[in-house]
Design a protein around this ligand. Structure first.
Ligand SMILES: [Fe+2]
Length: 384
């Protein structure tokens, strides 16, 4: 049995109304002045006032950074880190989807390490710990509230790349399903498919271990159970709670076992065509599952079971393919884009995209089946 280690955020608070405890959770970490990092839309939303009320109840002074953009560029993280330094904040709070949380995580390490975000893209390039940081997700989601990664587009190279460092693990995360109630159906669908990708990929990763698998498989079950309902009826608090917990569990799976070829193949979609992260992953997940299914039939059969398929008495290879069908059906039902041509990506771009995807090596090394350049092109073609 291989040795494994396991990590997540320092403290996780989960539940309806949990955001009221945000201020006291920040106090407990020792934070005294908070930089609140959001996108401009959220800064005006009702959910955001719950955050600021909780800070104010604890008499925590706070400063707003509301210039987060979707699929953020490294310069946004640089500006955010600069604001943290200038305002002498000692705590950075990311409130929002992956873009806001990733910007907050990067700003925290930039404020203490100096330099620019692009200097730290890669693995273990951050020399020193950052400011204290906490996360409040409003999507279910990226799992960024429990991971050590922050992803940005490097404009010069037109490439997406992660800053991956243990100093990015948040000291605390507060997850309140009510904070996700106003997310419209389309982003609910594609962020949910991203969470499902995290769960499936971490479960089938070559780096998966007996502890990470528990989180990944339960993440699959919760997301499969409740994503349709969360998309169809956004006000359904029970469905939103399942999704937020499912995405948290999937994020813990991802932090500890990594992701696989879905994420590698979707990076060029974000870097070159600014396709939202969840849209790219949702589109590629069924195709990559089909490519991988028969290299790990037992695990894929378990995924089918967690997705709610009847697998009792079904031969294992057939059950494995049921997992692919089940995810395909879910993607269709929640109406995420299913074809690269729907996103305006032409077949002529595939060889370049495949070459770039092959450079996103860490997830690819975790993939249960090797992926060559030709394989990558073939997978893109299968979703043309
Ligand atoms: Fe993701």
């Amino acid at each position: 049995m291989a040795i494994f280690t396991f990590r997540a955020a320092g403290e996780i608070t989960f539940g309806v109304g949990a955001v009221e405890r945000l201020g006291s959770a920040i106090r407990k970490t020792g934070g005294k002045k908070v930089l609140v990092v959001v996108d401009p839309g959220l800064a005006k939303a009702e959910a955001f006032s719950k955050v600021t009320r909780s800070l104010e109840r604890e008499n925590l002074p706070w400063v707003l950074f509301d210039r987060v953009e979707p699929e953020p560029r490294t310069v946004i993280a640089d500006r955010c880190g600069e604001t943290a330094r200038q305002e002498k904040c000692d705590f950075v709070l990311g409130v929002g989807g992956g873009s806001a949380m990733d910007t907050a995580k990067a700003a925290a390490i930039l404020a203490t390490n100096g330099g620019q975000a692009r200097d730290y893209q890669g693995l273990d390039k951050v020399p020193r710990p950052g400011l204290l940081k906490g996360m409040v997700p409003t999507t279910a989601g990226t799992g960024s509230e429990v991971t050590f990664t922050a992803v940005f587009i490097n404009e010069e190279e037109k490439k997406k790349a992660g800053i991956n460092s243990p100093y990015l693990y948040p000291e605390m995360s507060v997850l309140d399903p009510e904070m996700t109630l106003s997310l419209p159906p389309a982003p609910t669908a594609f962020t949910g498919m991203d969470a499902l990708a995290h769960a499936v990929e971490s479960y089938t990763s070559r780096a998966a271990h007996s502890l990470s698998e528990i989180f990944s498989l339960e993440g699959i079950r919760l997301i499969a159970k409740s994503l349709r309902r969360a998309v169809e009826r956004g006000s359904d608090l029970a469905a939103r709670a399942d999704m937020l917990l499912g995405s948290l569990l999937a994020g813990i799976g991802l932090a500890n076992a990594g992701v696989t070829a879905v994420h590698s193949l979707s990076y060029p979609l974000g870097g070159r065509f600014r396709v939202p992260h969840g849209v790219g992953n949702g589109l590629l997940l069924p195709a990559v599952m089909e490519y991988n299914a028969l290299s790990l039939p037992e695990k894929f059969a378990k995924i089918a079971g967690a997705m709610g398929e009847e697998v009792e008495g079904v031969p294992v290879r057939k059950a494995a393919l049921l997992a692919v069908e089940s995810v395909n059906r879910l993607a269709r039902d929640v109406q995420v884009p299913l074809r690269l041509s729907d996103l305006g990506i032409p077949e002529s771009a595939f060889p370049g995209m495949a070459e770039e995807a092959l450079q996103v090596t860490r997830p690819l090394e975790n993939n249960p089946r090797p992926v060559s350049l030709e394989d990558a092109i073939r997978i893109y073609r299968s979703v043309l």
